[in-house]
Design a protein around this ligand. Structure first.
Ligand code: ADE
Length: 425
């Protein structure tokens, strides 16, 4: 088996940590047990381009239990947990091509290696695998039955591909399942982003001003958790509805130009580029911390930042933290600290979202792949929703695992909801 990981000697540590994550992934574990009995993916080759973490390892083990042949690469050059990659190769027989800190050339070489395996199903996080396949291997695209996409950014890219008539097979937008984005994006990103910033900088959040750029589900989670840690939170937005939600959730809302001079910690979660630009950085306070939790490293204008702090004005100060010495518009010099080189801080400086929430995201992934395999040949190319039955089943299984019971509709209530005659009385 071909593979490329940092060091197979790390495999035992990886296995231990994968087992630790598995303890809080009961829904995925249940699916794995059923897959092992039913083998719904028998003979199918699945290419996964995901963050190589302990949680992902449990998803890949589930696919393998279902009979799939699995090949995997990283969906970000900095998020790979090398011990996990090693364990997947050594203990699970899964071909992994991922080394933490790989350069861009190696990153794409690893995607190519996974595509060389001729998958019939793709599982992507950010759409780099699917876009590479469509751009560079038009012949190979025809043999793919379907795919899944994990994240908001990837779904946006897929919709753009579909609108341009370029998407050649059905892809399930796992991100859009309720049991994914309402939980993973909000509680997962909320906690793991602050976890990454705290691990990288050891900053005390209480009493600081945290500026959160973007108030989608990820931004909502980050803002809520920062407030919970005692920070004053300012939200920046471009969408009036999202901005209004932030106002009514009790946050200050301001344009970045007004937030920049008063913020201590800046966190971008917009999915868009150039959210923090040189003209903002020049007005920031001494010691300001900049971090990105969006999928790509485009949200902070890194080239603009490099122009403000050329040569020795930029230096590493801690693992995952660089300091930039900038001349401010006030005529002083300020030291800004950037985390994880602008790459997503929750996975680069911490371990990504905790297993308990990835349990639901990856249950949706496993069940969506099973559905695609079953429906193969009957689906049109395009971006598809996770079937409602899968979404509800994941919620019900998670509640069950948490030991939480809920009410059921009485027959009279069911009839009432399906009727229209009974109004004011
Ligand atoms: N995305 C965010 N957190 C993650 C995790 N722990 N594993 C895989 N993908 C993730």
């Amino acid at each position: 088996m071909d593979y490329d990981v940092r060091d197979l000697g790390l495999a035992d540590l990886g296995r231990q940590r994968i087992a630790w994550a598995d303890r809080t992934m009961p829904v995925l574990r249940g699916i794995r047990e059923r897959f092992a009995a039913e083998r719904p993916l028998a003979g199918m080759r699945v290419a996964a381009c995901l963050h190589i973490t302990t949680e992902t390892a449990n998803l890949l083990r589930t696919l393998k239990a279902g009979g799939a042949e699995v090949v995997a690469c990283a969906s970000n050059p900095l998020s790979t947990q090398d011990d996990v990659a090693a364990s997947l190769v050594r203990h699970e027989g899964i071909a992994v091509f991922a080394v933490r800190g790989e350069d861009t050339e190696t990153y794409y070489a690893h995607i190519d290696a996974v595509l060389d395996a001729q998958p019939v199903l793709t599982m992507d996080d950010g759409c780099d695998l699917v876009s590479r396949l469509h751009e560079q291997r038009p012949e190979q695209v025809k043999q793919v039955l379907g795919g899944t996409e994990e994240t908001t950014t990837g779904v946006i890219r897929l919709r753009a591909m579909a609108a341009a008539g370029s998407l050649a097979y059905p892809v399930v937008a796992v991100n859009d399942a309720k049991t994914k984005h309402l939980f993973d994006n909000r509680y997962g990103t909320g906690q793991s982003t602050l976890d990454g910033i705290i691990r990288a900088t050891n900053v005390l959040l209480a009493g600081t001003t945290v500026v959160v750029a973007g108030y989608g589900f990820c931004g909502k989670g980050v803002a809520a958790r920062a407030r919970g840690m005692g920070a004053r939170v300012i939200v920046t937005e471009v969408d009036p509805v999202a901005a209004l939600e932030a106002v009514m959730d009790g946050f200050e809302v301001a344009p970045m130009a007004e937030a920049a001079p008063v913020g201590d910690i800046f966190i971008t979660v917009t999915g868009n580029r150039d959210v923090i630009r040189p003209e903002h950085v020049e007005t920031m306070r001494d010691g300001a911390i900049l971090a990105n939790a969006g999928h790509f490293d485009v949200e902070i204008d890194l080239e603009g930042l490099a122009r403000l702090a050329p040569g020795e004005r930029r230096r590493p100060v801690r693992p995952m933290v660089e300091e930039y010495l900038v001349d401010t518009v006030r005529g002083e010099q300020a030291r800004g600290r950037g985390g994880a080189g602008g790459r997503l801080v929750n996975l680069a400086a911490a371990e990504g979202h905790p297993a308990s929430v990835m349990d639901m995201s990856f249950a949706n992934q496993a069940l969506s792949v099973e559905w695609l395999a079953r429906e193969a040949g009957h689906l049109e190319p395009g971006v598809l929703a996770v079937p409602e039955a899968i979404d509800s089943a994941v919620a019900a299984l998670k509640l069950d695992a948490l030991g939480v019971r809920i009410d059921v509709l009485t027959p009279a209530q069911q009839a009432y909801l399906a009727s229209w005659q009974l109004g004011t009385r």
